[in-house]
Design a protein. Structure first.
Length: 422
């Protein structure tokens, strides 16, 4: 299935996400540098921690209310909050007025807007897609997001310092466009039919947020899936934490090949590895997707996860630049292979009446994984790189094992659904 065969909501959402991701990633990732310069490193670090906490809280709220009032309403609220935040940030960095403190507050609020709308967007994609189209949707959306991030990183790196006002002005304009497109061109997709009295009671709009998330967290298979996801993703997140620090400290004027005169230091090498990862995702994503077309083999998914974990494990202790680049490629191919298959697997765990609530917790995976990788930086201060490599390998293998443990029950549930349909 091609992009133009997707549901209109999906096409609009992917296009809007691409543009808004470019604009937000031209600004938000560089804000820590901005705050460190204007308000000090302590406040900058505190702001990052607060932003993660706010994102988690707002996603919890957004997920609950997207199942109560609808996907479209929560998307509009999230985009409205983003428009307000970017507009105020623009004025707070204009030629006539400057306020770093207000910019800090609005940056946190823009993070909240993500949490309010993200679960609704994820649930909407499930609402309007079938099992045969979801892998294609996730693959193209994944490719689009990575392309946006890579483009935004280059633009932001060149223009953030000297043209912050202009970047924020354009981001505000794009936020307005996203709000208007959602308001006038997107349809509500929240399921309105229930199949039994029990489901009707569970999907009642009067159900409290506490009881909704108590229901979600009592779902043993979904909880195992979440823990597995956090452990696996945290391995990759070490590139921006422990791996980056270790390479910067240990690699100095190291030859690319043994005996070669050309050398590289650790910090530039980290940049090369990040660029390689991004370019490989952008260039290989659709190619790998075609190879996987129609293939939902869970054994392939688990093997691809192991390739990803093994690749990053070598980065934890390896010191040969060319081998580091080779294993980064192996890790990226593993990532490209398992991500669409794993996302399609998630859909089997999510019931119709609470899609947004389930997706709210799922959307927190990356941020919790970032926190876990942050702990690895602390642990890495006490352990040698070889021991850290073993620790991170075991973390990834534990995540793969947990996911494998729920696959038989998922397969059994899928077979029951097929027999019932027949």
């Amino acid at each position: 299935m091609t992009f133009f065969q997707f549901h209109p909501n999906v096409r609009l959402r992917i296009a809007l996400s691409f543009l808004t991701n470019i604009l937000s990633n031209m600004v938000i990732p560089f804000m820590s540098i901005y705050f460190a310069r204007t308000l000090g490193t302590t406040i900058a670090g505190t702001a990052t921690t607060i932003s993660i906490a706010v994102a988690l809280i707002s996603a919890t709220i957004g997920g609950h209310y997207a199942d109560r009032v609808g996907r479209k309403k929560m998307m509009l609220i999230g985009e409205g909050v983003a428009l307000l935040a970017y507009t105020i940030m623009t004025f707070a960095n204009s030629p006539i007025w400057h306020s770093a403190a207000l910019t800090l507050i609005m940056t946190v609020i823009s993070t909240a807007s993500w949490g309010l709308s993200k679960p609704a967007v994820e649930a909407m994609l499930i609402d309007v897609s079938g099992p045969d189209t979801r892998k294609a949707i996730y693959r193209i959306n994944y490719w689009s997001n990575n392309l946006a991030i890579s483009v935004a990183g280059m633009i932001g790196g060149f223009f953030f310092s000297d043209y912050l006002f202009e970047l924020l002005f354009v981001a505000s304009g794009m936020s307005l466009v996203a709000l208007l497109v959602t308001a006038f061109f997107m349809a509500e997709t929240m399921p309105s039919e229930v199949t039994s009295v029990e489901e009707e009671a569970r999907s009642s709009k009067r159900i409290s947020m506490y009881h909704r998330y108590k229901e979600v967290l009592s779902d043993r298979r979904f909880l195992i899936y979440l823990i597995s996801s956090v452990l696996i993703v945290s391995v990759e997140m070490n590139l921006n934490g422990y791996i980056g620090i270790r390479l910067a400290q240990d690699i100095h004027h190291t030859p690319w090949f043994p005996g070669m005169s050309a050398t590289i230091d650790g910090l530039p090498l980290v940049g090369v590895l990040r660029t390689e990862n991004t370019l490989a995702v952008v260039l290989l994503s659709l190619f790998v997707g075609r190879l996987l077309k129609g293939n939902s083999d869970t054994r392939m998914m688990l093997f691809a996860m192991f390739l990803n974990v093994a690749g990053y494990t070598y980065l934890v202790f390896g010191s040969q630049p060319i081998m580091l680049m080779l294993l980064m490629l192996v890790a990226t191919i593993g990532e490209l292979t398992y991500v669409p298959l794993k996302q399609s697997l998630l859909v089997q765990l999510v019931p119709d009446h609470a899609r947004s609530s389930y997706m709210a917790l799922s959307s927190m995976t990356n941020r919790v994984a970032i926190m876990l990788s942050g702990l690895n930086m602390i642990i890495g201060g006490f352990l040698p790189s070889g021991a850290m490599a073993l620790f991170i390998l075991l973390t990834g293998v534990a995540g793969i094992g947990l996911l494998a443990s729920i696959l038989p029950s998922l397969k059994e549930s899928e077979q029951k659904v097929r027999h019932a349909a027949v």
